[in-house]
Design a protein around this ligand. Structure first.
Ligand code: ATP
Length: 257
């Protein structure tokens, strides 16, 4: 069903519109076919979660914003899916936190980097790392998958990423960076390896983080540090699994949700 043909009254309107954004991103060369498959995996987990933000995601989103605000070199790492879904929101979050924005791709081609960069620019995203930046590799990822900008992700101390592959998340963590990861699947290696795991849908999560950043921007360093100190990622991951279990138990008992 094309973009303009989905009636607002359709019970799955929101989810279908999000799919349309990705398909459009695919047509424009921002999203790869593998990205469409990854989206399907995310949707399945979101269905189990009831397609809404839970308290454990909000807590992780708050810690992630505090970390970005405290960071010396915060960077938002953007791939094709994240750009196609949430370019405007990424821009607003970058503005509020002062984070740099770097296009960073698993299936990297310079053409796709430039297309995504153009898409972000068209949506008013500030602090964009130039595709012509000086490049290097993240240690442990010597292939095309590891290419990053020296003045961007390579030197970043805090990285926010979304819908990302586990190897790359692990390599960032191994390189000493604090990684906040938006990933609906708490089983994934990304979710398991990240410093702060946000089990929430990427658009919802980024919008929540914008609201949180507006609130936290006025807070002192001490207050932000205390948010990070009291944050426990294992507890957050357990809560995400528990929320899924509770929804499934309820469905098992009643035969519906
Ligand atoms: P890993 O390598 O971390 O074990 P994976 O093999 O599933 O995980 P990918 O195929 O790169 O990695 O998938 C990216 C992840 O992003 C998946 O876990 C998927 O659940 C999640 N995801 C997909 N779409 C969204 C979305 N819109 N918001 C949040 N998470 C999403």
């Amino acid at each position: 069903m094309a973009h303009d043909k989905i009636p607002k009254s359709h019970p799955r309107y929101k989810s279908l519109m999000i799919r349309e954004k990705l398909v459009e991103g695919f047509r424009r060369g921002l999203v790869v076919p593998q990205g469409l498959i990854a989206h399907g995996r995310g949707e399945a987990f979101d269905y189990i979660l009831g397609e809404r933000t839970h308290w454990f995601a909000l807590e992780a989103e708050r810690a992630a914003v505090a970390a970005l605000l405290l960071a010396e070199r915060p960077v938002i790492s953007v791939n094709g899916n994240y750009a196609a879904l949430a370019a405007r929101e990424i821009g607003e979050l970058a503005r509020l936190t002062g984070a740099l924005v770097e296009v960073n791709l698993f299936h990297r081609t310079e053409d796709r980097v430039r297309r995504i960069y153009g898409h972000l620019k068209d949506h008013g995203v500030p602090n964009l790392m130039d595709p012509e930046c000086e490049k290097t590799h993240i240690p442990g990822l010597e292939s095309m998958r590891g290419i990053v900008c020296v003045e961007g992700l390579y030197k970043a101390d805090v990285v926010l990423l979304a819908i990302e592959d586990g190897d790359r998340t692990e390599a960032f963590v191994a390189a000493g960076k604090a990684v906040a990861a938006i990933d609906l699947n708490p089983f994934s290696r990304t979710a398991q390896k990240a410093t702060i795991t946000i089990v929430d849908e990427a658009i919802r999560a980024t919008r929540n983080m914008i609201a949180i950043a507006r609130d936290l921007k006025g807070k002192s360093r001490e207050e932000l540090e205390s948010i990070i100190r009291s944050y426990d990622n294992r507890r957050i991951l357990s809560a995400a699994f528990k929320a899924m279990l509770d929804r499934l138990s309820y469905a098992v008992e009643r035969g519906f949700l």
